[in-house]
Design a protein around this ligand. Structure first.
Ligand code: FO1
Length: 370
């Protein structure tokens, strides 16, 4: 399928869309979906389901964030991926870095340094407000779902921002120097270590929040954003019940490649594919998804630069959409989102056929994504 003819103009969907997102790349496509759905026909209306936030027929997008990057610093609970989605959809994101708040200052961090602290994780002054309030609310007994929904509503985001779990999960990176906490690997050591393995501490105890499950079961299309398959998408799919819910949803599942021309759009996905023994290409990502989660994904979106890989990806049993997958600006985010939604809609019949008796193949595959 060519992107050229897909989804020109208004997005013709009256369905709810669920996006699975990691950090910056995931948040950017989630933003595109948010913009694309802003002028779509309204969905349904309020229901009696307490997990359903749709009270005015306007809410169409649910973004499920990876929370396995979360950690504690200075006594505060930091949720980088969920916050990146929040700030991006609220129009507050620092466009240069992709994370943090635009125009933020670092006065607090400067004072930390004067007090002798090695302040390696850049927390802006405004960003700190998010972490302080989140920590206070969690300590007072709120769930992460309630906290993130509250932040989204307060910042005027008309999408439902949900965590993959309310229970703590921590990605651990295995290297020749031993096991590293995720942000130690990612930020402090600048992703310089070869990744030999990945595990998600706490994943066995992590439950799927009722609201997250309900959103998936209502979805008309499910999009895996162009996020790292090992440390962003894999932890989300490793939460018990997540894959079962995705398979039970009457919805096509489409993944967007985070690799273009053999390089990651952002972050260490290409290096991880190489060090973990996979082909470093969009095909490598598609093959990984098919091998790890058989039958879960119906379609794969790849960049024009990788068009030659489309037949090999199709031979994996996936339908393909070849289009511009690099989101250089807001217009590109929205265009890619519209094309991805139109592609997903074209797969609805195929998805319905494969979802008959969907509990069977693959079932849950928690633990290592390797
Ligand atoms: N990423 C960095 O590379 N360096 C930082 O100092 C940094 C600070 C930071 C603060 C708040 C926040 O929400 C995100 C932040 N990130 C930073 C991004 C984040 O650690 C990673 O992009 C994700 O965990 C990977 O998806």
């Amino acid at each position: 399928m060519s992107g050229a003819n897909a989804a020109q103009g208004k997005t013709a969907t009256n369905q709810e869309i669920v996006a699975l997102a990691g950090g910056v790349g995931g948040a950017r496509l989630a933003h595109g979906l948010y913009l694309a759905l802003a002028d779509a026909p309204a969905v349904g209306g309020a229901t009696n389901d307490p997990t359903d936030q749709q009270t005015d027929g306007q809410l169409r997008l649910t973004v499920i964030s990876n929370t396995a990057d979360d950690f504690d610093l200075y006594g505060l609970r930091i949720c980088p991926d969920a916050d990146t989605v929040l700030y991006t959809l609220a129009g507050l994101a620092n466009e240069a870095t992709g994370w943090g708040i635009t125009g933020d200052t670092f006065t607090t961090l400067d004072q930390f340094a004067r007090l002798g602290e090695d302040a390696w994780f850049w927390l802006g002054d405004r960003d700190l407000a998010t972490h302080i309030l989140r920590t206070q609310r969690l300590r007072a007994g709120a769930s992460l779902t309630e906290v993130m929904r509250g932040f989204g509503q307060a910042l005027g985001v008309r999408a439902d921002l949900l965590p993959m779990s309310d229970d703590p999960v921590a990605t651990r990176i295995q290297t020749v120097d031993g096991e590293l906490a995720f942000q130690e690997y990612f930020v402090r050591r600048q992703q310089a270590d070869a990744v030999l393995g990945v595990r998600f501490a706490g994943i066995e105890q992590a439950r799927l929040p009722a609201a997250t499950r309900a959103a998936i079961l209502r979805a008309g299309a499910i999009i895996f954003c162009p996020s790292n398959p090992f440390v962003s998408v894999a932890p989300i799919l490793a939460v018990a019940g997540m894959q079962t819910a995705l398979r039970a949803a009457a919805a096509p599942v489409v993944a967007v490649s985070p690799i273009v021309g053999g390089q990651a759009l952002k972050g260490p996905a290409a290096a991880m594919l190489a060090s973990l023994g996979h082909e470093v290409s969009a095909y490598g990502v598609a093959a990984l998804y098919v091998a790890r989660y058989p039958g879960l994904i119906h379609g794969f979106v790849l960049d024009q630069a990788d068009e030659a890989l489309a037949p090999r990806i199709a031979a994996l049993g996936l339908r393909t959409l070849v289009t511009g997958a690099i989101m250089r600006d807001t217009a590109a985010r929205e265009r890619l989102a519209r094309e991805t939604l139109a592609f997903a809609q074209s797969l609805q019949a195929q998805a319905a056929a494969t979802k008959v008796g969907a509990e069977a193949p693959g079932a849950e595959r928690p633990g290592s994504p390797l």
